[in-house]
Write a protein that binds this ligand. Structure first.
Ligand code: SF4
Ligand code: SF4
Ligand code: FES
Length: 366
């Protein structure tokens, strides 16, 4: 004992050398997290920043001075004084060979971008490394399950690379544990309970497994209905119109048609998560029965189209008559959870200041 307080790790400035440059990092960061923060383009396949690192694909390997073999950067903690190289000729060759092994088993690398958020990851890496898709011929794992009777999720395990991102997101993000891994080696198969259809499992059809799949093995069935619809896919940032959480989404359109929804990974309220309504229940937007103009029920008992001014006057007179006849507490307002803040504010002002009652609530507790 020296009498001096022992220096704790958090007190020290932690520094490592990354591709020849000294960089600082905080206790607990992995090499990959430090490298990504410093804009090093380290390839990954089994990595999803929202999940516990898994270390399965080995594509993120880096060289660490003093360590004989390359290490997986996504699972290796950064340590003080570490000297790391993220890109060398040997690493790039190693990554290309790994990709060629993976992709030789993969029947289809031409994946439609409507399949899901991460569906292009393997395709982009194959292009980047000019990996040969048929280099390692032989046995292949995964059996497609396109007979699964559900309207939302395509399960084409012919394209599965056993990264287990789907299984992990279902467990870690959703807490549903609806899917798991069966068997080993070439017999490996992602499966729902007892090999049954998803709709007979704990699946809530949140779509998270689809959006994290890097190969399109899990695909968005609804969006893929429009794979042949002409036009570029455009993304428009918006907010889910359902409950009061306010999840950020990217709406996928082709021309004037809404074809799908992607969860926004940078959405402050949802960080890439959605529920079944936000993910798949968008058909109402283009439903032919959707009202395009206000309707008033006239003396003949039938609903008739009218202009907005007339409809608003009609509704205002209805409120006035009810209050005159039955008092201000005859009015009760329920604000829609789909309404933006401004509309919700206007609604409470109308009920409180306009009608003179505090009888107001909202339906945001979906
Ligand atoms: S289905 Fe997709 S996410 Fe799941 S293990 Fe296979 S490749 Fe990975
Ligand atoms: S849709 Fe959601 S609940 Fe269903 S298997 Fe995928 S991640 Fe799990
Ligand atoms: S991304 Fe690190 S092992 Fe797969």
């Amino acid at each position: 004992m020296t009498g001096l307080r022992e220096q704790r790790p958090a007190d020290r400035v932690l520094e490592m050398t990354l591709d020849g440059e000294p960089v600082k990092f905080t206790e607990g960061e992995t090499i990959y997290e430090v490298a990504e923060r410093h804009r090093k383009d380290v390839p990954t396949l089994c990595y999803d920043p929202r999940l516990e690192a898994f270390g399965a694909c080995r594509l993120c390997v880096v060289e660490v001075e003093g360590v004989r073999n390359p290490v997986a950067s996504c699972t290796t903690p950064a340590t003080d004084g570490m000297i790391v190289k993220t890109r060398t000729a040997i690493l790039e060759k190693h990554r290309k060979t790994l990709l060629e092994l993976v992709v030789s088993e993969n029947r289809n690398v031409e994946v439609d971008e409507l399949s899901g958020y991460a569906s292009q990851e393997l395709t982009e890496l194959v292009d980047r490394y000019e990996a040969r898709t048929g280099r390692f011929a032989g046995k292949q794992s995964g059996t497609t399950n396109d007979a699964d009777r559900n309207p939302f999720i395509l399960r084409d395990y012919d394209n599965c690379i056993s990264c287990y991102r789907c299984v992990r997101v279902c467990a870690e993000q959703e807490g549903d544990y609806a899917i798991s891994v069966m068997n080993r080696g070439f017999a490996t198969q992602i499966t729902a309970e007892f090999g049954r259809d998803l709709r007979d499992s704990q699946c809530t059809f949140c779509g998270q497994c689809v959006q994290t799949c890097p190969t399109g093995a899990l695909g968005d069935k609804k969006a893929l209905r429009d794979a042949e619809t002409p036009g570029e896919v455009r993304k428009t940032r918006s907010i889910c119109p359902y409950c009061g959480v306010g999840c950020s989404v990217d709406l996928l359109t082709k021309g004037e048609k809404l074809v799908g929804v992607l969860p926004a990974m940078d959405g402050p309220a949802n960080e890439g998560a959605l529920c079944v309504k936000g993910q798949y229940a968008f058909d109402f937007v283009q439903n032919a029965d959707r009202l395009g103009k206000p309707l008033i029920r006239r003396d003949d008992g039938e609903l008739h189209e009218c202009e907005w001014d007339e409809a608003l006057d009609f509704a205002a007179n209805g409120f006035k008559e009810a209050i005159a006849k039955h008092g201000r507490r005859s009015v009760y307002g329920v604000a829609s959870g789909r309404a933006p803040h401004e509309a919700a504010y206007t609604m409470q002002k109308f009920i409180r200041a306009g009608c003179g009652t505090n009888y107001i609530d909202n339906c945001s507790r979906a």
